[in-house]
Write a protein that binds this ligand. Sequence first.
Ligand code: TRP
Ligand code: SF4
Length: 328
Amino acid sequence: MARDRVLSGMRPTGKLHLGNYLGALDNWVRLQESHDCFFFIANWHALTTDAENIREVAGNTIEMVADWLGAGLEPQRCTMFIQSLVPEHAELHLLFSMITPVGWLERVPTYKEMVEQLGIESPSYGLLGYPLLQAADILIYKPTWVPVGIDQVPHIELTREVARRFNHTFGEVFPEPQAKLTEIPKVPGTDGRKMSKSYGNAIYLSDSAETIRQKVRPMVTDPARKRRSDPGNPEVCPVFDLHKIFTPAGDREYCATGCRTAGIGCLDCKDVLLKHLEPALAPIRERRQGFAEKPDMIADILREGSARARRVAQATMDEVRRVVTLTP
Ligand code: TRP
Ligand code: SF4
C-alpha cells in the first residue's frame, strides 16, 4: 500500500539549534520511516525578509542540510530538495495569485506581525505573497500531511482555501492537506527565554562538547535561588526544562529533590544535565561534521532530490495545465 505523503520545508537560516531539532527535525526523522516524505529548503522564501543576506543562502543551505543528515534524514528514505531547483513552484504560485484575493493575504497574522515588528514601511509584493508561495510549495506535491509548528497553521488554512478555490474555478486537481502539529517541548535558551538564533541563547547541533559545557554552566536558573543554601523550585527553572527532555526519571528526581531541599547546588544539577545532554548530541554532531566536510556530497544529494521532486511537480503541473486551458 502506498504511504501517505508528507511535505515540509525550512528557510535556510543556517545551523540548527536544539529548539529547531526538537521542534521539527526530530519529528521529520521519525516520519521518514512511515511516510513518503519531501523536505525542502525554502530559499525563495529567504528573500522575502533577508534579501541583503543573499550571499549567505548557499552556505546556510549546506550547514542546514548537514544538520538534517546528522540528525538522521537519509536520501534513500526521503526526498530532500531545494525550492529554487523546482521552478514549477513559481509557475503554480503565479496561477494561484490570479485567484487569491489580496484581502486573504493581508489578514494572515504572520504578515501583519512581520510588518509591525520589523517596522517595514513599504512591504514587498513577495512578503505579502509569502504564504501563497507556501501554498504552491505544498499543493504541488499533493501531500496528506504538512508537519509544522502552531505558528504556521494560518498558512495551512490559507493553502486549503486556495486549493478549494482552484478546484472550484478550474477543475478538481488538489486534495486539501492537513497540518500535522508537532508537539513541541518547551526548549529554553541559556538565558531562560525561548531558544532562538536571534537571541544569541542557543545550543547548536554543531556545538562541541566543550562549547555545550561552556553554555550550560552559566545558564540562568530559578532566579529565587541566589545562594547554594537557598532551596529552589525546579518548575520555574529553565535548566529543569532541559532535564525534562534529556534526563531519565531517576536522575531527574534526584535533581528535583536536591533542588527543593538545597541538597545540591545548581552546578551539580547542570553537571547531571550535561551527563545526559552530551551523549544525546554527540552522535548527531559527529555525523553532521562528517557531512559538513563534504559539501559536494550534500550538493549532490540535493540535486538528486530536486530532480526527483521535480518529476512529481511536473506531473501535477501537467494536470494543472490541462484544466487551466490557456493554449490552443
Ligand atoms: N514558512 C515556513 C517557515 O517559516 C517555511 C515553509 C515554506 C514551509 N514553505 C513551506 C513549511 C511549505 C511547510 C511547507 O517555517
Ligand atoms: Fe535549576 Fe537545578 Fe538550580 Fe534547581 S538546582 S534551580 S533545577 S539548576
